[in-house]
Write a protein that binds this ligand. Structure first.
Ligand code: IMP
Ligand code: MG
Length: 191
């Protein structure tokens, strides 16, 4: 096991500065779009921690913040099943909901979550993701706000993990070959 996380990184895809700059733009756009609407931002833990911390501070209008934790099972050939481990503490009814996610891959997680939240009769529901991998999408899910389209690779850092490691890297990068799974396998198979 290496002593320094950075030794495991093959390539930095986006530096901390690039991420901060893009998140600031996203925050400005959300502030304009939701002016007067007092949205409820729902960050999906744990992957979205860094993103929500920066995004919420880039938003200049009043918001509420809440968190959900969910877990996913399944394989590349099977539709995933999603389970909520921690639900909202605030009521979603009548609210303008904005789900804040780290990355969308096949879309199962957000498909399940958005269907669950729609049952609570929100005024609106949109999706904001920092990273988007559109190649393996099988659920009809599209981000309303998307920071970066990234290659079909397993990525870590800035909140994203591999087996709960690498979340604290300040940038987004790919792992050296042999250190992670092949594209298409789900994160949960490796946990
Ligand atoms: P989906 O259900 O396939 O869209 O997967 C979304 C979830 O899988 C994300 O919230 C992440 O937790 C995880 N995930 C997908 N791709 C990656 C990746 O490249 N690195 C780390 N986590 C990932
Ligand atoms: Mg996640």
């Amino acid at each position: 096991m290496s002593n320094f996380l950075e030794e495991d990184i093959e390539k930095v895809l986006f530096s901390h500065e690039q991420l901060e700059k893009r998140i600031k733009e996203m925050g400005e756009k959300i502030s304009r779009d939701y002016e007067g609407k007092y949205p409820l931002l729902i960050a999906i833990l744990r992957g979205a921690i860094m993103f929500i911390a920066d995004l919420s501070r880039a938003i200049t209008i009043p918001i509420n913040l809440d968190f959900m934790v969910c877990t996913r099972y399944g394989s590349k050939d099977q539709p995933g099943r999603v389970r909520i481990l921690k639900d909202l503490e605030l009521s979603a009814q009548g609210r303008h909901l904005l789900i804040v996610e780290d990355v969308i891959d096949n879309g199962d997680t957000l498909f399940y979550l958005s269907n669950t939240l729609k049952l609570r009769k929100p005024a609106s529901l949109k999706i904001c993701t920092l990273f988007d991998k559109p190649y393996r999408r099988r659920a009809p899910i599209q981000a309303d706000y998307s920071g970066f389209i990234i290659p079909d690779r397993f990525v870590v850092g800035f909140g994203l993990d591999y087996k709960e490691k690498y979340r604290n890297l300040p940038f987004l990068g790919t792992l050296k070959p042999g250190l992670c799974r092949a594209p298409g396998e789900t994160a949960e198979e490796q946990k």
